[in-house]
Structures are given as structure tokens and as C-alpha cells.
Design a protein around this ligand. Structure first.
Ligand code: PEP
Ligand code: MG
Length: 538
């Protein structure tokens, strides 16, 4: 809204595209606002609802009145130690030193019936009865329409997650298993609440708002018509019938083959990442145990079935399937999981290509599954290796590929760039003959910044747009362009418009986003491409 220079009246004016997503208040200004809020509260002796304005760097207080939504009783349950994004409205401890602003928010939300709050992992709103899952053998307690509440979800919970109306977990961030799978299934989810399993009672009727990241007491509002309910198919249906044509390919990520049709309906140019671990772990046994009980062929059959479902849904669009990359803690609760090593930090441990090279029997089975698919004519299937560090990792994996009869010259294959080492050593890695690399920014960020991607205590430090991460991506794209190797991204950051802008400007070949983000990414890519073209003409 601006003041019309002619009439002096208030007028509406569209904001430039670029400025719509730009932050408008600086850190220093926020600090001054906090200071103002404290002064006003001290003056009146109680928390205030303050209106303010910033004019050419000068801060004005326009109005102040006591906050009316706080009751005396709530003062006793003040939350203190939670960050502002995730206040636990119930059960928090009182810390008199804590900033008043945070307390006020938490209390107001308690009034509104917010029981817990966390990271919005998958959009949509749903109501149902709480089912608290503490042990895997409790999974069948989750029936159609229940709200699944758990410390953390694991891939073997997928069938129960599919039945659930909504999912709430104590742990995890945007790139945790619960967040990834629930987005794919179109089930509303909130992760990293810290307190859900303590605060929510079994059988309690709650409403989960995946957008706001809140769980409130009770069912849907009376006036909420059925038409307002979240429809997962509708949510991916293109809003405009014509898909934006882009030179940079826009693909989709997939973990559960059951979501293949949903993913294909987005009009994506292919699958940029098909995670195989969810197919494996849903078997309920570690790969070693499954092979011991049922034989290698049965294991290969399962993998072939899973990848084929996706390859068929997308044919002839390419499907980049990634060999197994599950940390040991995700195997632990499966049959055979007691043989898994106990690791201090599984994210830094026995996973990805290092496990595959160390335990070649299951890895060979995975490679034989690819060989079968290639032989059956699925020439749209591509093979991707996770968590490689250097050319030696790639060379050893390539030898195993050749051992099972895959011709690396004829089939398309490549690697994930998920460690700083792999980005720094890209030239040597490319010399192994890869066709593509794909940035796994979930891991690349955690390993570059030393921030555990699943640790809700450092969630605000997990920044995929950190200059350190961008610099590794930038130099890798540049080298790959010189060497004729395709570049892609398949981490969660591919759904962020700032990342899309950066990558398209650097000349990335494709971007692979989550199902729910594909259409937005297509539009964003088109916008940046057109801007680049205009700039070059001008
Ligand atoms: C990544 O690390 O960004 C990635 C896509 O792989 P995953 O999330 O499966 O580790
Ligand atoms: Mg990864």
C-alpha cells in the first residue's frame, strides 16, 4: 500500500516479483523492536500488543495496549527454553530470564488450544484420535483416520503412516524420514515438536495443521465444510493446464513406489531421485537377513518390482534410482537389526557407498536388479551412487557394476555430491566416466556446516543457502559444465526459490523437487530463465 502522490490517498500497488520473497527487516532493526517491546512492557508493567512503524530507519511506536489473550493461570505454564519457532505450549519449564516475547506467544497459543507446535513438514489439515506408537508392534493400532504420534518414524512404519490422517513426531527436521515420506503420501505432518509423545494422550481427539505446524485440541471447526479438506491428489494437480516449458529440466523425488502415479501426475520431466532404502526397509528385515531367509533372487525381485513400478509410471521419462543409503539406526528395529553396529553418530557412520563396498553381497543384488531392468528394456532407468567421497569409491563401485554385467558405457549412471570431499574432487570422480552428478544438499549441508540434519536443537543452523554450501555447488557445476557431465539437485533445498534462482543462473541441468513443490519450481525456473534471456538481449 502506498500513498498516492496525486490524491494523497492510500493506493494498492503490486510488489516486484523479486522483492516479494525478500526479507524487509534487518537483524539490527529486529533488535531495536525487541528493545522497544521490552521498554513498553516495563513501562506498563504487563505484556503489550504494540503497533509500530519504521520510516527511513527511524522506529515509531504507534499504539500499545495490554495483551488481552493471556489469563493469569497461563502465566504459571510459561514455556521458556524452546526457540520461538517451536514453543512447546504445554509442559515447558519456567525460566524467569527468558525473553518475554517468546513467553507471550506460547501463552496466547495455549489459550487457542494449541497443544504442541513443531516444524511444518507436510501441508494439509486433519483431525483424528491420537495413537501413540512407542513400539513397532503397536503399528496395527493405527487405523484409517488416526493421528500417528511417535518419537520419530522409520521406513517400516510406512504402511501405518499411509493409514494415518496425520503424523506428529518429537524428533526430526524437514529432511527427516517422517517429513519426506508424509509429503510424498500427501499426509499432513509436523515434526520436531519435542513434546508430542508426552503431551498428547492416547485416544485424544486433535486437529493437526501441517501448514501452521500446530496440534490443537478437538475436531474440525463446525463451519469447516468437507470441501475444505486437504485432497492429496488435488494438491499436485496442475493449477494451470499448461505446464511451463523450461530449458532446465524439473524432476520429482520419490521414496515410495506407491506414490509413483501421484508423482507422474505433476508433469515432472522424470524422477531425479528414487530412494531404494524405503523399498528395502519396508520388507521388515535387513538386506542381509532377507537374503539369508529368502535367497538373493527374492531380494532382487523386490527391488526390481519397486523400481519397475516407477519406471513404468514415468516411461520414457528418466528415473534415477539410488542404491541403498540407510543409516544403521534405521535398520535396528528390523529383523536382523540386532547385528547392526551401535554407532555414536549414524549420520557419520556406516551408510551409503561405504557400506555397499564393505558388504558387497546385498550391493551386488541391487546391481543385479538394475541389470535385470536394463535387460528388460527399461532404458529410462539410471543408476546413482550415494555418499561417495572420491574417485576410489566410484571406481570400486564401477568394477562391481561391471562384475554383474552392467556396461557403464551403455547405461546412464552417476553419483550424489553429498560430502565436501566429493565436491572438491569432482574432476577425478568425473574421470571415472559418470554421466551426471546430483547435489544431495541435505547431507552436503550437514557435512559442510557440521549440523546434524535430524537434530531439532540445531534446526535453525541448518542452512542450505550458506555461502560455504553454495560455493561447493557453484564450483562443481562449473567443472561439470566444462567436462560435459550433467548436474542436478535432489535435496530438500531444490524446493526453495532462492536455491532455484541460484542454480539456474549457475547453469544446472535439472532440478528435482518434492511432489508438492514441482509446479512452483517449474514456474520459478521459467521466470529465472526468461530473466536471463531478457538480460542477455538487453
Ligand atoms: C540429500 O542428502 O540431500 C539426499 C537427497 O539424500 P537423503 O536425503 O536420502 O540422504
Ligand atoms: Mg543424502
Amino acid at each position: 500500500m502506498i500513498k498516492d502522490p496525486e490524491t494523497g490517498e492510500t493506493a494498492l500497488q503490486p510488489v516486484d516479483d523479486e522483492r516479494r520473497t525478500t526479507r524487509v527487516v534487518t537483524d539490527a532493526e529486529i533488535e531495536r523492536l525487541v528493545e522497544l517491546g521490552r521498554r513498553v512492557e516495563d513501562h506498563y508493567g504487563e505484556p503489550q500488543d504494540v503497533e509500530w512503524a519504521l520510516v527511513e530507519g527511524e522506529l515509531f511506536m504507534l499504539q500499545s495496549r495490554p495483551i488481552t489473550t493471556i489469563s493469569e493461570a497461563d502465566d504459571a505454564t510459561t514455556t521458556s527454553e524452546e526457540p520461538a519457532e517451536q514453543p512447546a505450549a504445554n509442559g515447558g519449564q519456567t525460566d524467569p530470564q527468558q525473553s518475554t516475547a517468546t513467553e507471550v506467544d506460547a501463552e496466547a497459543e495455549t489459550e487457542d488450544g494449541v497443544l504442541v507446535r513443531g516444524v511444518s513438514a507436510s501441508p494439509g489439515t486433519a483431525s483424528g484420535e491420537v495413537r501413540l506408537i512407542t513400539k513397532l508392534d503397536h503399528l496395527d493400532q493405527v487405523t484409517e483416520g488416526d493421528v500417528l504420534v511417535s518419537t520419530m518414524t522409520t521406513p517400516d512404519m510406512v504402511p501405518a503412516m499411509q493409514r494415518a490422517a496425520a503424523i506428529v513426531t518429537d524428533e526430526g527436521g524437514m529432511t527427516s524420514h517422517s517429513a519426506i515420506v508424509s509429503r510424498e503420501m500427501g499426509v499432513p505432518a509436523i515434526v520436531g515438536t519435542r513434546t508430542a509423545t508426552d503431551v498428547l494422550e492416547p485416544g485424544q481427539q486433535v486437529t493437526v495443521d501441517g501448514e501452521m505446524g500446530t496440534v490443537t485440541e478437538g475436531g474440525p471447526e463446525e463451519d469447516e465444510s468437507e470441501a475444505d479438506e486437504y485432497d492429496p491428489v488435488e494438491s499436485v494437480r496442475p493449477q494451470t493446464p499448461v505446464k511451463p516449458m523450461t530449458a532446465t529440466e524439473v524432476k520429482v523425488n520419490l521414496s515410495i513406489p506407491e506414490a509413483a502415479e501421484r508423482a507422474a501426475a505433476t508433469g515432472a520431466d522424470g524422477v531425479g531421485l528414487l530412494r531404494m532404502e524405503h523399498m528395502v526397509i519396508s520388507l521388515g528385515k535387513t538386506p542381509e537377513q532377507y537374503i539369508a531367509d529368502h535367497g538373493e533372487n527374492a531380494f532382487i525381485d523386490e527391488l526390481v518390482d519397486g523400481v519397475r513400478t516407477v519406471a513404468e509410471a514415468f516411461y520414457p521419462r528418466p528415473v534415477r534410482a539410488r542404491t541403498l543409503d540407510a543409516p544403521t539406526d534405521e535398520f535396528r528395529d528390523l529383523q536382523g537389526g540386532s547385528d547392526e553396529p551401535h554407532e555414536h553418530n549414524p549420520m557419520l557412520g556406516y551408510r551409503g557407498i561405504r557400506r555397499s563396498l564393505d558388504k558387497p553381497t546385498p550391493f551386488r543384488c541391487e546391481l543385479r536388479a538394475f541389470k535385470r531392468l536394463f535387460d528388460a528394456g527399461y532404458d529410462n532407468v539410471e543408476l546413482m551412487l550415494p555418499l561417495v567421497n572420491d574417485a576410489e569409491d566410484v571406481e570400486r563401485a564401477k568394477r562391481l557394476m561391471e562384475d554383474v554385467g552392467i556396461n557403464p558405457e551403455k547405461s546412464r549412471w552417476g553419483v550424489m555430491i553429498e560430502t565436501p570431499a566429493s565436491a572438491l574432487l569432482i574432476e577425478e570422480i568425473a574421470a571415472e566416466g559418470i554421466d551426471f552428478v546430483s547435489f544431495g544438499t541435505n547431507d552436503l549441508t550437514q557435512y559442510t556446516l557440521a549440523v546434524d540434519r535430524n537434530n531439532e536443537h540445531v534446526v535453525d543452523r541448518f542452512d542450505e543457502l550458506h555461502p560455504g554450501v553454495l560455493s561447493l555447488i557453484d564450483s562443481t557445476i562449473e567443472t561439470c559444465r566444462e567436462l560435459g557431465v550433467d548436474t542436478s539437485i535432489c535435496g530438500q533445498a531444490a524446493s526453495k526459490s532462492e536455491m532455484v534462482d541460484f542454480l539456474v543462473e549457475q547453469g544446472i541441468s535439472s532440478i528435482s523437487a518434492n511432489i508438492d513443490a514441482v509446479r512452483d519450481v517449474q514456474h520459478e525456473v521459467k521466470r529465472v530463465e526468461q530473466k536471463l534471456l531478457l538480460d542477455s538481449v538487453r
